[in-house]
Ligand binder design. Sequence first.
Ligand code: UN1
Length: 509
Amino acid sequence: MTSKELKALGIEVENLGTSTGSKWFSKGGLIASYSPTNGKLIAKVQSSTKKEYEKVMQEAEKAKLEWRDIPAPKRGEIVRQLGEKLREVKPLLGKLVSYEMGKSYQEGMGEVQEMIDICDFAVGLSRQLYGNTIHSERPGHRMYDQYHPLGIVGIITAFNFPVAVWAWNAALALVCGDVVVWKASEKTPLCAVACQKIIADILKANKLPEGISSIVTGDKGVGEWISSDERIPLVSATGSTRMGKIVATTVAQRLGKSLLELGGNNAIIVTPSADLKMTIIGAVFGAVGTAGQRCTSTRRLIIHESIYDKVKKSLVDAYKQIKIGDPLDIKHHMGPLIDTDAVDMYLNALEKIKEEGGKLLTKGEVLQGKGYESGCYVTPVIAEVENHYEIVQHETFAPILYLIKYKGELEEAIALQNGVKQGLSSAIMTNSVRESELFLSQNGSDCGIANVNIGTSGAEIGGAFGGEKETGGGRESGSDAWKVYMRRQTNTINYTTNLPLAQGIKFDL
Ligand code: UN1
């Protein structure tokens, strides 16, 4: 990516990493962002000091009072403008996502498309923040519930979706009348700077308080400021289960709310009636897309023994077709891992698989030579394992796909699928109504997402996104996920001259 392209997104050689709207200030240490695609330094971002964080919070506190007074459909208009701007910058921002994070250019563009889609969704939502009307048990009384803005929403995001997850949270929070303070992953700080510049321009052009959208930059210490801050009623955090447990505990100690979107250990059940062509495409994209670094990545295939060998062979053949290299070159299916620490985790996982008795069906190695200078390119691996292996129970953020055999009925496969601590995404490949309905029933998948005849990754923004168990229980994005960004109030109005008490209680004076 050229410096001219970076400049068009507002990125300089050195950037400030703290901002409220278009006011930028930073005195903390410099974070260097290297591209995993070629190992080159892209630019540096100055992290936030505690004092700067305080300034951001003070601006946010002021801005929230004004923002919540603006009618929701008018707030929607601002989000509409954000969606418009994102349409304009999609190729460039998509390129930055690909260059800084390492996912394929197509997927980088797809991520910006998710941002656009959630903006469109939020614009419609801004006229639909509905509560219920309720029939009172008392004569001459009316009841309803309504939703008010929460105030300040803290957003903590991971490197793997460096722009979309902010947009899922910010677009909804903004139409709900909240202001947002975002801490992005220190592995992808430039994506955050670029997004903040886009929204700051819109706020400025509309003469709105700039504290409506802020960013702070830094490591987990900055996340800790957000989690422990009583001025932030909701913290939405995306990342590892380890991080989520820390955020959840800190937020719970002050009885704040947290929306957690943590690790997955997603499986596709492949039944005897599965369409194998669809299965292979879904499984391979799910396992190697984003180099296995989506929380929805397909980690396990639970295959019926009657078709096991056939699926295994087709997969091994398909993996031979995968082109690995510079993700900005669209002929490549798979780019690098985010950094060399991630490569070490991949290598450790391969060792563990072998130690526990698993068998690698494809060679797992770090690629070397021309085009692979960053040291972050690895080959995707297929491994035959047992579900109970410790390594299989663990989410390794890398392109490693586990094959697990089931012998009997679907119930056995469902037990394997549910037999992990995480509960994000799941899928079944079947042409049997009985099997698909059982999979979707209360006795079926225990995940937040359960798909039939599609893979585990690539969820649309229209549905609520998130999962159960160690995935954290939060729901972001579509459906009625907006409700968590607002406080709910039940109102009872008496329009008579009597004061009857509920539950028939008599209290005469
Ligand atoms: C994530 O990996 O944090 O469903 C989000 C998907 C994407 C979002 C993934 N729409 O794969």
